[in-house]
Design a protein around this ligand. Structure first.
Ligand code: ATP
Length: 601
């Protein structure tokens, strides 16, 4: 645990700040409750002592001003029960206070983390695995929660018991205490070294658990692949390998934890035995009163228990500090500047749809050596239908992502209405665009909810109209639940063509100025294709549209075709222009596709 880690971890206290008084009162209550534990233990000692001989200890009346006779069994019993009742009440209030503080904190922390994650730039999601991000929000935040609901409070309690306990012990018998303390530092040093080592092991186990979760997630997400390739056995083996590692690491960890526990037991209990022997010796000499000896033993037990508990608490604390660091790392990342307000109407920049790429150079941050767009320039006028064609990997989807401002050019600029893209806020720009991807992934709710994603403020009538325009009404009305049909996770209960039409309806509802379309390559049957194409044509009418084209029909009707090759604009113009270029790339592509389509027919 370095200083820097600790410093980072203390930043979590900014989340406690709004509830600091409740937290402070909670801390005071736990302090009181720990002191009461000591006093009660002392009273037990006195009770036990009465059973053996008359007490010689301090008359507690001096301190508490109670009319109690501490040589009377019943009086001490009453005092003990009163203290226990008070302590019980304090503990109840303390637990509620800490829960209140923690739950409020967790609310803000979860909100901030999630807000931060969804606002991260696309590049971040290229580099992270969904499973890892998931565990940031669930596992890490739960560890932090543990710290604030129990660990800190317990730690304080144990420390008070240890310090208070040792002081009391010294008061009863310095000789005995020194014998006891003679062994403690050794145990503590071993505990610290051990604790560090165990932390490393448990971190490795945690990482392995996360890895295995990623495998489950990947397998289940790609279950179609798994099944179609009959790779169930392979996946099971992959998972088995991973969970075996968890087991090995966990057992290795357990061996060390076991050794740790044995050490503590041996030393603490060994020390207690020594103390009892020595104490019995002193009691025999009558240099130690019987009830003091009794109290001494009970408090020693209490202190020993607390020291034993400390190691575990340190473990949880360290885990929590790691979790805080992880979460802080996320909160420290630079996000996209997207608005978090859902009020769309305030954010209209009123684009009309002129887009210019000027000498755009781009490579993905994760693969700097591979240039993707190379000095790319083109202009799209408002209302134009532009098709981008080119061989696979030429950079077509990348252009679409750049228009959506998922990535920024490495050099060169992208202009909207002649103004640099960076002069608009991201939310403003994206509010004016709609993207219909190649592989439509719907959310798990109903069709209605999925269409409404295009504009959450839309009325039912508007949603219905959008579905109409997207040629979706017919198939929707065939479902018994109509618009309320649940689409299944990621839309799995709908066909490809149906999903596409829902995505189109979503775009219709958004009513964007700029439409970006990644045409589906998967061939639909001709009737579905006609319905989808017709819906797209209606959607594109009167808007600037940028289509990553795979179908001849779209390309032919485009007002401008950009032919891309290795991130460069090889040719551009209308279909007729391009067909006139002898040996041109476009002409070749078209001929190739034409032959293939004839062949398929
Ligand atoms: P296709 O027609 O096959 O979809 P495309 O023309 O749309 O291809 P892009 O998806 O834009 O091509 O990819 C262009 C290049 O960028 C490819 O070499 C690809 O490997 C690379 N690339 C795409 N996405 C990423 C990413 N997220 N990180 C790193 N490299 C990427």
């Amino acid at each position: 645990m370095s200083r820097e880690n600790l410093k980072k971890a203390t930043r979590i206290f900014s989340y406690v700040k709004p509830y600091k008084w409740k937290f402070v009162i909670g801390i005071l209550l736990i302090t009181l409750s720990a002191l009461f534990t000591l006093v009660v233990t002392r009273l037990w000692g006195q009770l036990g002592g009465i059973g053996t001989q008359q007490p010689t200890g301090p008359d507690l009346r001096e301190y508490f001003n109670f009319e109690l006779d501490f040589s009377s069994l019943s009086d001490i019993a009453i005092a003990t029960f009163v203290l226990l009742v008070v302590q019980a009440a304090l503990s109840f209030i303390r637990v509620l206070l800490f829960a209140n503080v923690t739950e409020n904190m967790m609310l803000s922390l979860r909100q901030d983390t999630y807000q931060q994650i969804v606002r991260m730039p696309m590049q971040y999601f290229n580099e992270q695995r969904v499973g890892d991000l998931n565990s940031r929000i669930s596992a890490d935040i739960t560890s932090i929660q543990d710290i604030f609901t129990t660990t800190l409070a317990e730690l304080l309690r144990q420390l008070i018991i240890i310090v208070g306990g040792v002081l009391a012990l010294l008061w009863f018998s310095p000789t005995l205490t020194f014998i006891m303390l003679g062994t403690l530092p050794i145990v503590i040093i071993i505990a610290v070294i051990f604790g560090r080592f165990i932390r490393k092991l448990s971190k490795r186990t945690q990482d392995k658990v996360a890895e295995s979760n990623v495998i489950v997630q990947e397998t289940l997400t790609g279950i179609v692949n798994v099944k179609s390739f009959a790779n169930e056995a392979l996946e099971v083996m992959r998972y088995m390998a991973s969970i075996r590692e968890i087991k090995d690491f966990a057992i290795k960890g357990a061996k060390w934890r076991g050794a740790f526990a044995s050490f503590i037991i041996l030393f603490i209990f060994g020390a207690i035995t020594l103390v009892i022997l020595k104490g019995a010796d002193l009691a025999e000499d009558e240099s130690l009163a019987g009830e003091h000896f009794f109290s001494f033993l009970l408090i020693t037990g209490l202190v020993a228990g607390s020291i034993g508990g400390l190691a575990n608490l340190f473990g949880t604390l360290q885990k929590g500090i790691g979790a805080i660091e992880n979460v802080m790392d996320i909160l420290d990342q630079e996000t996209e500047e997207v608005a978090l307000s859902t009020q769309r109407e305030n954010l209209q920049p009123n684009l009309i749809g002129n887009i210019d790429f000027k000498n755009v150079v781009f490579h993905y941050a994760s693969r700097e050596e591979v240039g993707v767009l190379n000095d790319l320039s083109f202009s799209i006028k408002s209302g134009e239908q532009v098709a981008i064609v080119g061989p696979s990997g030429a950079g077509k989807s990348t252009i679409a992502s750049m228009v959506l401002r998922f990535y920024k050019p490495v050099s060169g600029s992208i202009l909207f209405e002649g103004k640099e893209a960076k002069e608009y806020s991201l939310t403003e720009l994206r509010n004016q665009m709609a993207f219909v991807p190649q592989e439509v992934i719907l959310f798990g709710g109903t069709i209605q909810e999925n269409i409404a994603y295009g504009n959450p403020d839309a009325s039912d009538a508007e949603i219905k109209a959008a579905a109409d325009q997207a040629n979706a009404t017919e198939f929707i009305s065939q479902f018994p639940d109509g618009m309320d049909t649940v689409v299944g996770e990621r839309g799995i209960q709908l066909s490809g063509g149906q999903r596409q039409r829902i995505a189109i309806a979503r775009a219709v509802l958004k009513n964007p100025t700029i439409l970006i379309l990644d045409e589906a390559t998967s061939s639909l049957d001709s009737e579905s294709e006609r319905l989808v194409q017709d819906a797209l044509d209606k959607l594109m009418a009167g808007r600037t549209s940028l289509v990553i084209a795979h179908r001849l029909s779209t390309v032919r009707n485009a007002t401008q075709i950009l032919v891309l090759e290795k991130g460069k604009l090889a040719e551009s113009g209308t279909h007729d222009d391009l067909m006139n270029i002898e040996n041109g790339l476009y002409k070749n592509l078209i001929q190739l596709q034409g032959t293939r389509e004839t062949f398929q027919k």
